[in-house]
Design a protein around this ligand. Structure first.
Ligand code: SAM
Length: 278
């Protein structure tokens, strides 16, 4: 195995999600840079991996100084693995400064992919995946939370946030203010026994969590803002109706989408609605 730093993803709940490559790197590495040495040692024990190696704590507050030490060890030819408490390192977890410094210093960096909560959540949500934005943890302070939602609300993309069970209700209440009737999804306990993904408006999700206490780790997602179907004063519904008198539904949708640069799915859904109401 080449010398350098290996960024190793570990499971987010189900231990079977560890990859063969991850196990090989964790077995071979001489130094394990981790957020919490007790959590890391426990993971090694659960995975049946040899733990006679150096475990070094790498956290946000000591990342700068630990980085220099790890870079120097890597330059001496050591193999170093970096892990988080769970999931993919660097994603709302420490490590990017280490990677940056390694690359500046000419130390090889390797990614060993695996579970990442935001990707699994997006896959479960059924929300559009062609474009998405991960915005990290929702801030705990009310004003910061509002400012963040206000800043992101008009971006044409699916929004993804990390959240905790004890704050989700507050965040959904603010989400109701900024995202109105848009579809949201909360994926929780992914890869664990009580994995679920609940979709609905912010109000519907608030009702859900009023009936069922929010528990476990969770990811909040928000669907993109609806496209304004009345483009530049045009009544798309009327134009679509006209097209549907002359053309098949598919061709009518295609003609309108191409003529006005609209979202195909939205026009298709509108066409279906019109057809069903006939
Ligand atoms: N780096 C990790 C990743 O991307 O997979 C995430 C670390 S971050 C400190 C922890 C947050 O990730 C949790 O608060 C939660 O929002 C999300 N998360 C982690 N595991 C999860 C799971 N099994 N189900 C749902 N969300 C999870």
């Amino acid at each position: 195995m080449k010398n350098g730093i290996y960024i190793v993803a570990t499971p987010i709940g189900n231990l079977k999600d560890i990859s063969e490559r991850a196990k090989e790197v964790l077995c071979t590495a001489e130094i394990i840079a981790c957020e919490d040495t007790r959590v890391a040692r426990k993971l090694f024990s659960l995975l049946g991996l040899p733990a006679h190696k150096e475990f070094i704590r790498l956290e946000d507050h000591n990342e700068a100084e630990q980085t220099e030490m790890l870079v120097s060890e890597a330059q001496k030819g050591k193999i170093i693995a970096q892990i988080s408490d769970a999931g993919s390192p660097l994603i709302s977890d420490p490590g990017y400064k280490l990677v940056r410094r390694c690359r500046e210093a000419g130390v090889d960096v390797f990614a060993i992919p695996g579970a990442c909560a935001l990707i699994c959540a997006l896959q479960l949500s059924g929300l559009p995946t062609n474009s998405f934005m991960f915005a990290g943890f929702i801030p705990n302070k009310e004003k910061a939370r509002k400012d963040l939602f206000n800043k992101l609300k008009d971006i044409d993309t699916t929004l993804i946030f990390y959240e905790t069970a004890n704050r989700i209700v507050k965040s959904l209440a603010v989400a109701a203010e900024f995202f109105g009737d848009r579809e949201l999804a909360v994926a929780r306990e992914i890869t664990k026994v009580y994995e679920e993904c609940v979709n609905g408006t912010a109000q519907e999700l608030l009702a859900h969590f009023a009936a069922k206490e929010p528990k476990g780790e969770m990811v909040l997602m928000v669907s993109p803002p609806p496209e304004d179907i009345k483009t530049a004063g045009l009544d798309i519904e009327e134009l679509l109706k006209e097209q549907m008198k002359k053309e098949s539904l598919k061709t009518a949708v295609k003609n309108i989408v191409e003529a006005y640069g609209l979202n195909k799915n939205e026009v298709y859904n509108l066409a279906l609605k019109l057809k069903n109401n006939e």
